[in-house]
Unconditional design. Structure first.
Lengths: 326, 232
């Protein structure tokens, strides 16, 4: 069958829907944030389900999904948050590859669980790459659709894909690998080895308290409201690199959890960093949700990540050969 | 040299205690040496004032393997290091709407606005690091007399090209963002050129001198930049 390239109309854009891939690497030294899907696990699973390489561009839909009209046949998967997706009025399953026929209409409804939902389409969403990535970074108007969220009236293009690979349809992520989202979660952190920036009570406060995600939270970071983490006054912190998951602490002691669009460098001392394997759960938090932190070693954190990686590879092997679709 | 792991996917290599041009020259040289190795799974190398943050893929690397490699590679010796990069002359329209804090900085320093401009343009600054937003340079050191604290409340929107002061630093806002630095002027030169082949004007270790311009030159340069920007 001839390769196809789906055209999709954006009827309604949703609350904040952006094109994302796995991020823009290699430019942090120039101050360029990494961006990319907040929930990398959901984005990767969506891509594998429809037969894409992990780094194909997906739509990240936040809180309230878009309404999309398919001018052509397409193959898609919806992963991440359950924002009540429907196709032509019928509920569709998450974490499963399905076909949509020409004239199909994808809508979303209320948020059931999670905060960010991913739409992967066979062939990936086509957008020009900027600095090697299709990820949208809105503040600098870089990547995606002119560096901005979707708008009503936009026309999206799927990359070309082999319409004959019907055996993918109905394939789903095994239940044992399905993430469980909750509005009250525990995140594991690696504590920063330096103690000079905080009073002794700060770490025990962090590990004993419940923090609430503040309304002023976005793809850059979540402001967390809870017992303050007392800084030690004497040491001046000189700006240094940050990682996604860093819990940085401004003078008021209220931690900020840095996420996908984080600044590459930070002037507030870090007290800990959320481990990579838990970042997808953090990505599914919204304002008002709560989090507790438990300590974890680096070795343990990396072992957990590798285990998840191997389990996913066993269940849904990565697609590496078909470069055409990228 | 102190190694500080950041979570499970990065490590910061600290080469000094303070903001110092010689330490920063080592930082830039060591960062470039790490980048030149082209190691698989090293996804970003970020030089800052006195340290380098190396971001790695924890699937491909564990911390010990990486720190061993970094220690074997070793930091360049000070005498091997080219201490300064390219020199950029940045034209700035000082004061007025372009630099709403110029008067305030002058009264803080007990100087006339023209003396603030003279002081600000008297120094050849080092690009210690880039951060905050794409292409934002942290330039130093600002003359002591101009060291002024940040605004109590940051502005919700600082126009692109704005030149600001904070403590012993001066910087340029490449894109419109909130910002708390004191704004004394504005340059028409884009620091982040998102469609360009080399989108970032300044690199760590480069040098910057400011040059005062008038409104006419600002407008002429703005037009030229916009034209150059649109050219395919």
């Amino acid at each position: 069958m001839k390769p196809k390239r789906a055209e999709i109309d954006v009827v309604k854009p949703g609350w904040l829907t952006t094109v994302q891939d796995l991020g823009r690497h290699g430019y942090q030294r120039y101050g360029m944030p990494v961006s990319g899907a907040m929930d990398r696990f959901a984005a990767i699973v969506g891509n594998r389900l429809v037969g894409n390489p992990d780094g194909a561009a997906v739509l990240e839909c936040t809180l309230k999904g878009p309404e999309l009209f398919f001018r052509d046949d397409a193959r898609l998967a919806v992963t991440g948050a359950d924002l009540s997706p429907t196709l032509d009025g019928n509920d569709i399953p998450l974490w499963e590859c399905l076909n949509v026929r020409r004239g199909g209409r994808l809508r979303f409804g209320m948020r059931r669980v999670g905060f960010r939902c991913y739409l992967a389409i066979a062939g990936g969403f086509d957008a020009p790459t900027a600095l090697g990535s299709r990820s949208t970074h809105c503040p600098s108007q870089t990547g995606g659709l002119d560096g901005r969220p979707l708008r009503a009236g936009d026309l999206l293009f799927g990359g070309s894909f082999d319409g004959g690979a019907e055996q993918l349809v109905g394939r789903r992520l095994p239940d044992r690998l399905l993430p469980r989202y909750d509005r009250s979660i525990i995140l594991r952190v690696v504590l920063d080895s330096r103690r000079e920036f905080f009073q002794d009570a700060a770490v025990s406060t962090l590990l004993r308290s419940v923090y609430t995600v503040a309304p002023q939270s976005d793809r850059m970071g979540y402001r967390l409201i809870g017992p303050p983490l007392p800084r030690a006054g004497a040491h001046h912190f000189i700006s240094e690199g940050t990682v996604t998951g860093t819990l940085q602490v401004p003078a008021d002691g209220q931690p900020i959890l840095l996420m996908a669009d984080r600044q590459t460098t930070g002037g507030y001392p870090p007290i800990a960093a959320v481990i990579s394997v838990d970042l997808p759960s953090a990505a599914q938090l919204g304002p008002g949700d709560t989090v507790r932190f438990v300590s974890c070693s680096i070795v343990e954190a990396q072992a957990l990540l590798r285990t998840r990686h191997h389990l996913l590879d066993a269940a849904l092997p990565p697609i590496t050969v078909n470069r055409r679709s990228l | 040299m102190r190694l500080i792991p950041l979570g499970d996917s990065a490590v910061t290599v600290e080469l000094g205690e303070a903001i110092d041009p010689d330490v920063n020259a080592l930082v830039v040289a060591y960062a470039n040496r790490i980048i030149e190795q082209g190691w698989n799974g090293i996804v970003d190398v970020v030089p800052t004032y006195r340290s380098i943050t190396v971001h790695y893929d924890p699937i491909q690397w564990d911390l010990t393997a990486l720190t061993d490699r970094l220690l074997i590679l070793s930091c360049p010796h000070p005498h091997e290091v080219e201490s300064q990069g390219a020199l950029h002359k940045i034209p700035v329209l000082y004061g007025g709407d372009s630099g709403p804090d110029l008067e305030g900085v002058a009264s803080f320093a007990g100087l006339k606005p023209s003396e603030v401009i003279a002081l600000h343009t008297s120094v050849c600054y080092r690009v210690y690091m880039l951060g905050f937003t794409p292409g934002f340079p942290y330039l130093g050191l600002l003359p002591e007399q101009l060291a002024i604290p940040r605004l109590q409340t940051p502005r919700p929107r600082v126009p692109p090209g704005s030149v600001g002061l904070a403590d012993r630093q001066t910087g340029i806002y490449p894109i419109a963002t909130p910002g708390g630095w004191r704004l004394i002027g504005r340059t028409p030169i884009p620091l982040y050129h998102r469609t360009g082949l080399d989108p970032f004007l300044l690199k760590p270790g480069d040098r910057v001198r400011f040059r005062p311009i008038d409104q006419n030159e600002f407008e002429r340069l703005s037009r030229e930049m916009a034209h150059g920007h649109d050219r395919p």
